[in-house]
Write a protein that binds this ligand. Structure first.
Ligand code: UTP
Length: 310
């Protein structure tokens, strides 16, 4: 009995809603999906996929649109490239190409015919997820848990552990300045016990003066499958889109939903400056690039008169 319950709670499936239009990165996103923009040498989607696999997920569900062949191509086997690398004896590069998806992990693609919102995109994954708790990751939120070069557990791993132990849905949150509440879903909570607090209300993109708190929802969720029924009953909300926040508001009236202040740094790679910051930080931390990156940045800042080179 204990085993059956434990098995039921294990988070095995991760949903990646990648069917948005990515208008903030036009014209690049006219042909390159936002999730394929690179941070140093790996696309954003790879960082999110690695985080899901580390958390124990073995089924990755990509919700794409009909223009996003690049995401499916990226996770497909690249026979010709692999053959060429093998013949050229480029073992290291071959390993990189093959490890895009490790053995035992499967990728499933579902199409969102129309960009009707994040909630609608998650609902499109219902036939694959079925009746079990699952994760949602928004790849443009890149979360990095490193301190002084040492990696700690990823945000989703931290959340999956909590969800599996408590049986609750868990939502990643972060404190933001009050003037920024209009860019996020904002959660009101009971008092926090360590990093977690039960959510009592959620509001999508409130004006600073209307926000119930400054605790913002960021792009990692572990959700009960009940969310699918609630999404089906959700009518278009803010911006005419079917909002995941609205369905979570309904969920928390029925089941416990925890806000979780994850350990790690989040880069909002859905914005220009977030993508630039993530690139700089990853370059500075990169084994082979950090010295050159530091030197380049110092020189650039010196030449622009921002820092004194002497
Ligand atoms: P965003 O709000 O960042 O929208 O979506 P966007 O289209 O990706 O980017 P901008 O704002 O136009 O630049 C949040 C997440 O929800 C997905 C997006 O792909 C992104 O991962 N999404 C959004 C969908 O999959 N379908 C939708 O209909 C809307």
């Amino acid at each position: 009995m204990q085993d059956a319950r434990t098995r039921q709670r294990r988070i095995r499936k991760a949903v990646f809603p990648v069917a948005g239009l990515g208008t903030r990165f036009l014209p690049a996103t006219k042909t390159v999906p936002k999730e394929m923009l690179p941070i140093v040498d790996r696309p954003l989607i790879q960082y999110a996929v690695d985080e899901a696999i580390e958390a124990g997920c073995d089924t990755l569900v990509f919700v794409t649109n009909r223009y996003k062949h690049a995401v499916a191509d990226y996770f497909d086997k690249a026979y010709e490239l692999e053959q060429k690398l093998e013949r050229a004896g480029k073992a290291e590069q071959l390993e990189l190409v093959r490890n895009v998806l490790p053995p035992g992990v499967r990728a499933v693609f579902v199409t969102q015919a129309e960009a009707l919102g994040l909630g609608h995109a998650v609902l499109c994954a219902k036939p694959v997820v079925g009746d079990e708790p699952f994760a949602v990751l928004l790849p443009d939120d890149l979360i990095w848990n490193r301190q002084k070069g040492v990696a700690g557990p990823g945000a989703l791993k931290q959340m999956a552990d909590l969800a599996e132990a408590s049986g609750a849905s868990v939502i990643a949150t972060q404190d933001v300045p009050r003037e920024k509440t209009g860019s996020y879903g904002i959660a009101a909570t009971e008092s926090f016990n360590g990093r977690q607090g039960r959510i009592t209300a959620m509001v999508e993109k409130p004006k600073p003066e209307d926000a119930p708190s400054t605790l913002a929802v960021v792009g990692r969720y572990v959700l009960s499958p009940r969310i699918f029924d609630l999404l089906e009953a959700t009518t278009p909300g803010a911006g005419g889109e079917i909002q995941l926040t609205d369905a979570i508001s309904a969920l928390l009236r029925e089941e416990p939903v925890l806000a979780y202040r994850f350990q790690g740094t989040r880069f909002d790679c859905g914005t220009h400056i977030g993508l630039i910051e993530a690139t700089i930080r990853h370059a500075l931390d990169h084994e082979a690039l950090s010295d050159a990156a530091r030197e380049t940045m110092q020189r650039a800042l010196g030449e622009m008169g921002v820092v004194d080179l002497d």
